[in-house]
Design a protein around this ligand. Structure first.
Ligand SMILES: [Zn+2]
Length: 170
């Protein structure tokens, strides 16, 4: 089951939480369901709720200003839509553009999604050395983008259309 997107009272994406946590927030009257899975309902002894995909907090939460989303392997894969940056096929691994052995770090701009074969083929080389040009440039997602990306590229359908657009991946 996917995570649920949490919006601030101001409708700004804030974070994602587990489905259980989302349901607790709704049952405690701390949040309302803004978008739900069309077919699914949660039924229990005292509960009959649509399964929330997006909830909105009823009280505005002040969040410290964050300039960029924290890096994660999963984040890179969803940012790149599980497309290999070298061949365009399905990616299951994360490649360091500048290899870690050459000082390349775990950063949004230095990592791309890669299929296992290309990751293995590129090995300890830069794209230029390996003659494997990138099909697209890695970018740094904003925190909002990263949260929307975390919902899954294929799960946009059915989300409210006032949500910010996802960044385009060429
Ligand atoms: Zn590939």
């Amino acid at each position: 089951m996917r995570d649920t997107l949490v919006l601030n009272a101001s409708f700004e994406p804030l974070s994602t939480v587990s489905l259980n946590r989302a349901v607790v927030l709704v049952l405690q009257d701390k949040a309302v369901v803004e978008a739900a899975h069309p077919e699914l309902r949660m039924r229990g002894a005292a509960v009959d709720l649509p399964v929330p995909r997006v909830i909105r907090l009823l009280r505005f939460v002040r969040v410290p200003f964050r300039r960029q989303a924290p890096w994660s392997r999963r984040g890179v894969l969803v940012r790149d839509r599980h497309r290999c940056a070298y061949c365009g096929h399905r990616a299951t691994t994360v490649d360091h553009v500048v290899p870690r052995s050459r000082g390349g770090g775990d950063t949004w701009l230095n990592t791309v999604a890669s299929c296992a074969a290309d990751n293995h083929r590129k090995a300890d080389r830069t794209p230029a050395q390996a003659q494997m040009p990138l099909l697209f440039e890695p970018f740094v997602p904003t925190p909002s983008e990263a949260m929307l990306l975390a919902l899954g590229a294929d799960s946009r359908a059915g989300l409210p259309d006032w949500l910010p657009e996802l960044p385009a991946v060429a």
